[in-house]
Design a protein around this ligand. Structure first.
Ligand SMILES: *Cc1c(COP(=O)(O)O)cnc(C)c1O
Length: 411
C-alpha cells in the first residue's frame, strides 16, 4: 500500500461530523464569552479547555490542527495565516540574537530572504548548504546553533536531501531539525525520519486550489526520559517541559510566537483547508504519476527537464529509494534564455502564469524575472536559478493534454 490509501479513509472520516452538520462548522467569532469569571480564570490558567480568543486558538482551526498533527505523527500543531507564518512561528519561538541556523537545500525564495535579509537584522546568522555537503554541515554546528532547517525537495532546484542522514547529524549534535514539507505532504513523513518540527504552507497542495492562504507547524512529543531538547542549548524550554511535558514545543510555540507575533489562522481559511485535505491523497497520487509522465516525455522530445525521475538527475537513486511516493508536483524546464522562456509561457494555452504551486491546475512561472528578481548572481547560482528557468507545477489535467500543449508551446 502506498502512503495515500490510508489517508483516503482517515481524512474524509475525520473532517466530517457524524452528528449534526456534516461539513465542519466555521466559527467566525474573534472573541469567546466565558460565562463566569471563574471559567475565565480557568481558561487562562489552562484548567478549562475552552476557546480564549481567536488569536490564541479557534475551534475550526483546532480541528485542522489536530488532523494535521495526526497526519505527521506529531503531538500537536499550530495553524498559521500563511506558510511563511508557520516558518516564522516555528523559528522565532526558538531563536534569540546571536543564534545560528543551518539551512540546507533548495530553498524557497521567501524563506531564503527571511533567513538572509530579515533574521540577520536581529543578529541571527544563517549558514546555507547544498543537500550533500554533510561534512560541512556537521562542522558548522556549534553551541549557538539552534535549528537545522531543511526543505524536503529543493524548490525550484529539485535536489533531494538524504533526510535520515541529516536527522542523524541533528540528533548526534543535539540540534532541532525543522523540515519544510510543503511540497511532499503524505509522501514524506519528516517526524518518522527524525525531524522535530514540520512546517507547511497549506496554501499549496493541501488546500489545493488557490482558495485559502495558510500554514501549519507540527511538533513532535518531548520524551519522558532522555531527550536532546532537555539540554542547556534549549534552556528556555525547561519551564514548558516542567508544566506541559510532551506538549512543551507546542506550548512554547503558542506563548513565544503565536501570542506575541499574531500570525494566527483565520477560521474561513482553516475551513477551506479542511475541504482541501479531504481530497489531498487522491490529488497527490494522481499528480505524482502525471509529473513523471510529463517529465519523461518532454525529456524524450528534447526539452531540458529537471526532475529526479530522469536517470541523468544526480539524485535519481535517492528518488527511487527514499521518495517512492513521489517528490511533489514540480518539475523545471530550462529554455536557455529569458526570451525563449517568455515565448514558451505565452504560447502555452494550459499553464496559468502565477507564483503559486500545488494547485489543481497546471501552473508555470519564469523564475529569474519574478520570485528571484532582486537576488544577486551568486545567490541565484546557489539556488539553481538560470536565465531560462521555468518552474512548472503539474495539475489534475490529463497529462497527455499537458504534454501536447507544452510541445506546441515550444514551437
Ligand atoms: C509557498 C511556500 C512557502 C510559503 O508559503 P505561503 O503560504 O506562501 O506563505 C514556504 N515554503 C515552501 C516550500 C513554499 O512553496
Amino acid at each position: 500500500m502506498n502512503n495515500f490509501e490510508e489517508y483516503c479513509t482517515k481524512f474524509v472520516q475525520s473532517v466530517g461530523n457524524k452528528e449534526g452538520s456534516v461539513s465542519p462548522v466555521v466559527t467566525n467569532s474573534a472573541a469567546f464569552a466565558y460565562g463566569t469569571s471563574e471559567i475565565g480564570e480557568g481558561i487562562f490558567d489552562g484548567s478549562v479547555k475552552k476557546p480564549l480568543y481567536s488569536r490564541m486558538g479557534n475551534p475550526t482551526t483546532s480541528r485542522l490542527e489536530s488532523i494535521l498533527a495526526e497526519m505527521d505523527g506529531g503531538v500537536g500543531a499550530i495553524a498559521t495565516s500563511s506558510g511563511m507564518g508557520a516558518t516564522t512561528l516555528a523559528t522565532m519561538s526558538l531563536l534569540q540574537s546571536n543564534d545560528e541556523i543551518i539551512s540546507i537545500g533548495g530553498l524557497f525564495g521567501g524563506t531564503y530572504a527571511y533567513f538572509n535579509e530579515t533574521l540577520s537584522r536581529f543578529g541571527i546568522k544563517t549558514h546555507f548548504f547544498d543537500v550533500d555537503e554533510f561534512n560541512e554541515i556537521e562542522n558548522s554546528i556549534n553551541e549557538k546553533t539552534k535549528i537545522i532547517f531543511l526543505e524536503s525537495v529543493g524548490n525550484p532546484n529539485m535536489r533531494l536531501p538524504d533526510i535520515k542522514r541529516i536527522a542523524s547529524i541533528a540528533n548526534k549534535t543535539g540540534v532541532i531539525l525543522m523540515i519544510d514539507n510543503t511540497i511532499t505532504p503524505l509522501s514524506i513523513k519528516p517526524i518518522e525520519l527524525g525531524a522535530d518540527i514540520v512546517v507547511y504552507s497549506t496554501t499549496k497542495i493541501i488546500a489545493g486550489n488557490a482558495s485559502a492562504l495558510g500554514g501549519c507547524a507540527i511538533f513532535r512529543a518531548i520524551n519522558d526520559g532522555e531527550d536532546k531538547l532537555k539540554s542547556p542549548r534549549y534552556a528556555f524550554l525547561n519551564k514548558f517541559i516542567k508544566k506541559m511535558g510532551k506538549m512543551a514545543l507546542v506550548a512554547n510555540g503558542k506563548k513565544r510566537a503565536l501570542r506575541d507575533f499574531g500570525m494566527s489562522a483565520g477560521a474561513n481559511a482553516s475551513y477551506q483547508t479542511l475541504l482541501g485535505l479531504e481530497t489531498l491523497p487522491l490529488r497527490m497520487d494522481r499528480i505524482i504519476k502525471s509529473v513523471e509522465i510529463v517529465a519523461k516525455e518532454l525529456d524524450r522530445v528534447g526539452l531540458n527537464i529537471n526532475h529526479p525521475c530522469l536517470p541523468n538527475h544526480p539524485h535519481h537513486n535517492r528518488y527511487k529509494s527514499d521518495f517512492s511516493n513521489g517528490c511533489g508536483t514540480l518539475l523545471t524546464i530550462d529554455m536557455g534564455t529569458k526570451e525563449a522562456a517568455f515565448k514558451f509561457l505565452n504560447n502555452s494555452k494550459m499553464a496559468f502564469i502565477t507564483a503559486n504551486i500545488g494547485d489543481s491546475r497546471t501552473l508555470a512561472l519564469h523564475m529569474a524575472s519574478t520570485i528571484y528578481n532582486d537576488f544577486d548572481k551568486e545567490q541565484m547560482k546557489f539556488l539553481g536559478i538560470t536565465d531560462g528557468l521555468i518552474r512548472v507545477s503539474i495539475g489534475l489535467e490529463n497529462p497527455i493534454d499537458i504534454i501536447e500543449d507544452f510541445i506546441q508551446a515550444r514551437g
